[in-house]
Design a protein around this ligand. Structure first.
Ligand SMILES: O=C[C@H](O)COP(=O)(O)O
Length: 212
């Protein structure tokens, strides 16, 4: 098990979601994402060999924040943390997952959608609340509407976020954005387009820093 970085930062900024169906994530991918300025790398548990990838990437880039996503049970949380995950991301809010993470002092971005779900996740100890799948339910306007009654909750809109709407999410008060297929697509990985991934990551992280 790799040693976590000394300080685990809040799960904010551009979170790159690596969700591949057909192949494990290669090392050139993490090199490209980091070269593009990405600080949080989320390897989803649905990606083949996800835990082995996290272990390898932590050794390759000891300073990087490499998390495991799509964690749904306490047992999955334990396994992810044993593999060296520096943060967890969940699609739903499961109190047992938060308990495991708290025990290990690992931050969790909890998935939630409605105001009740979001506040529940926050009060249960989520580091950040992943508002998913946001683009399907109202996009930046929905996020802005949530900020009025829940101003203290760091929100991480996820699902359909891309270069075309990132600035609108930043302007609506997002603490960060989760970006999957618009950055790391199966086709881009299959074609080994590492320069494309790096340049796209750079434009997304620069856009975020310029507007958040
Ligand atoms: O867990 C979240 C989804 O994988 C987000 O994916 P997307 O950015 O491709 O919509």
């Amino acid at each position: 098990m790799a040693t976590p970085p000394a300080a685990t930062s809040r799960i904010t900024g551009v979170v790159a979601i690596i969700r591949l169906r057909d192949r494990p994530a290669p090392d050139r991918l993490v090199d490209a994402l980091i070269a593009g300025g990405v600080e949080h790398l989320e390897v989803t548990a649905t990606t083949p060999d996800a835990h082995a990838t996290v272990e390898r990437w932590r050794r390759r880039h000891p300073e990087a924040l490499v998390g495991v996503g799509t964690v749904r049970t306490p047992a999955q949380a334990e396994a992810a943390i044993s593999a060296g995950a520096t943060f967890l991301v969940t699609p739903t809010t499961v109190p047992g997952v938060l308990e495991v993470a708290r025990t290990h002092d690992i931050p969790v971005a909890c998935g939630a959608l409605t105001p009740t779900e979001i506040d529940n996740a926050w009060l249960l100890g989520a580091d950040t609340v992943k508002v998913f799948p946001i683009t399907a339910v109202g996009g930046p306007d929905y996020l802005r509407a949530l900020r009025d009654p829940l101003p203290d909750v760091p929100l991480l809109p996820t699902g359909g976020v891309d270069a075309g709407n990132l600035r609108a999410y930043a302007g609506a008060g997002a603490a960060g954005v989760g970006i999957g297929s618009a950055l790391v697509s199966e086709a881009r990985v299959a074609a080994e387009q590492w320069d494309v991934v790096r340049d796209h990551a750079r434009s997304l992280t620069d856009a975020w820093k310029g507007h958040a």
